[in-house]
Design a protein around this ligand. Structure first.
Ligand SMILES: Nc1ncnc2c1ncn2[C@@H]1O[C@H](COP(=O)(O)OP(=O)(O)O)[C@@H](O)[C@H]1O
Ligand SMILES: [Mg+2]
Length: 253
């Protein structure tokens, strides 16, 4: 397994947002994490990415215990994420936003940065070429010099994805990337997610669009009130009575 949680629990005062969740994500897979609003999906992402230290349980990445590591250290290990609400630097350009995502991988040291050595200039060139390639990946290269807040909502979502890819993670966690996208953009997103995997990145996808999750993923975990209530292939999960019951009254399924 690439990423595992073992009995992970997160309590906020009297509320247990994530309750004893154990799951394993295989390398090279596209996994989905679904569940009604408030089920604990974003909280689990915050735990996996180091934003929260769980109140119980463990997280293993490539077999190594990474529980409680700070977010930037988790990122260096190879876990990257996007946010449910857009987290771009709106007054910076599209290209600059991707370059910021690369930061943890930059090798130049402090003194080299002060004196702008040849090594640093080479690294900068290489970074820009990589960032442009990533922007090509989501058809945003020609907008690279625009201020990112000038992009459409759907384009900003795509920019977030490539920024998260910029650190060359082993796994990318996408928190509701389709939120606010039109149906055309959602269709393209399905292809984009498959292409992310083709770049040897494992994907964990949270989304409200069940059509997208069912189509894009090969394995799904279902949370309800913080507990894992089911896991399996999309068709297994769709026909699971516990999952159907959890979604009753919710028009997502
Ligand atoms: N920082 C926090 N402090 C207190 N409660 C929180 C915090 N973050 C999330 N919660 C609560 O945890 C539960 C799960 O939230 P969340 O993980 O955002 O659900 P989801 O992403 O599945 O919609 C909700 O009841 C939410 O109000
Ligand atoms: Mg959420």
């Amino acid at each position: 397994m690439l990423l595992e949680t073992m009995g992970v629990t997160m309590r906020f005062g009297g509320l247990t947002a994530v309750n004893d969740v154990t799951l394993g994500i295989e390398k090279g897979s596209i996994c989905g994490l679904i569940g009604p609003n408030g089920a604990g999906k974003t909280t689990l992402f915050n735990i996996l990415s180091g934003v929260y230290k769980p109140t119980g349980g463990k997280i293993l990445f490539e077999g190594e215990d990474i529980t409680g590591l700070l977010p930037f250290k988790v990122n260096i290990k190879g876990i990257s994420r996007t946010y449910q609400t857009i987290h771009l630097f709106g007054n910076m350009t599209v290209l600059e936003n991707v370059l910021i995502g690369m930061h943890p991988r930059m090798k130049t040291g402090f003194w080299q940065a002060c004196f702008r050595t040849q090594k640093q200039r080479d690294e900068e060139k290489e970074s820009i070429a990589r960032a442009e390639d990533l922007l090509d990946f989501v058809n945003l290269r020609e907008k690279k010099d625009q201020i990112s807040s000038s992009l459409s909502y759907g384009e900003q979502r795509l920019l977030e994805i490539v920024r998260a890819m910029a650190s060359s993670p082993k796994i990318i966690l996408l928190d509701e990337p389709a939120a606010g996208m039109n149906s055309r953009e959602k269709m393209d997103l399905n292809d984009t997610i498959k292409k992310i995997r083709d770049r040897s990145m494992t994907v964990l996808l949270v989304d409200h669009d069940m059509g997208l999750v069912m189509k894009a993923t090969d394995y799904i975990f279902v949370l309800s009130f913080g507990k894992k209530i089911a896991e399996g292939s999309p068709s297994e999960v769709k026909n699971n009575p516990d999952v159907i019951a959890a979604y009753l009254g919710d028009d997502d399924l």
